[in-house]
Ligand binder design. Structure first.
Ligand code: SF4
Ligand code: SF4
Length: 200
């Protein structure tokens, strides 16, 4: 009858004088193994602002905030919603725009604290006719580089080439679409209208 009690007492004494099995986290920071899938981080240089990561995120943790007035797109990850699944990294079209880090823990009392968010900001190209978003400038550049000489066939990319050599001032919107609007930075809908409704 006393045997189990004695065994428990021995175990208690042994654990009292032996080293702890658990880590001292969070007092002592813990470094995650290299393979650990932590929170994703953007790489400003390689992200082109395409928004694919936001589309594939299964938890809707990535938000696309378009500020047309200032022509800025912000991609913002909310770590409180991120499940660290790695889909954003896997499906990133440049393969380098976003990478999972070894960061696994955020200790905050307020879920709106800046540490809970990770973001990247990009300049947007807007349609010169209707003002809708075409894409981010870096995205246009990325496609243009892949198309090579074929990019000259598209007026939007043609203007991108031109901008490398001279400043191209945006034109003022007119009361109706004209044929000359073909050589403008416009969205697919307006380009369709320019071609189909050509009255001249
Ligand atoms: S380039 Fe990659 S990280 Fe940047 S918006 Fe596109 S998918 Fe996301
Ligand atoms: S790791 Fe998964 S859940 Fe987190 S932002 Fe990327 S796609 Fe979304």
């Amino acid at each position: 009858m006393y045997l189990p009690k004695l065994r428990e007492l021995t175990e208690a004494l042994r654990s009292l004088f032996s080293a702890p099995y658990t880590t001292k986290f969070p007092k002592v920071p813990y470094t995650a193994p290299k393979e650990y899938r932590g929170f994703p981080k953007y790489d400003e240089e390689h992200c082109i602002g395409c928004g694919t990561c936001a589309q594939v995120c299964p938890t809707d943790a990535i938000e696309i905030i378009d500020d047309k007035e200032n022509r800025r797109r912000t991609l913002r990850i909310n770590y409180a919603s991120c499940s660290q699944c790695g889909q954003c990294e896997e499906k990133c079209i440049t393969e380098k725009g976003i990478k999972l880090s070894d960061k696994y823990s955020i200790l905050v009392s307020d879920l709106k604290a800046p540490e809970v968010f990770e973001s990247v900001e990009k300049e947007m190209a807007l349609c010169e006719i209707c003002g809708e978003v075409i894409a981010c400038r870096d995205h246009l550049q990325w496609i243009k580089e892949r198309l090579g000489a074929k990019a000259y066939a598209n007026p939007n990319f043609l203007l991108e080439f031109q901008k490398e050599f001279t400043e191209v001032a945006p034109s003022n919107p007119k009361d109706r679409i004209r044929r000359e609007d073909l050589i403008k930075e416009v969205c697919p809908k307006c380009r369709h209208k320019i071609v189909v409704r050509d009255e001249f």
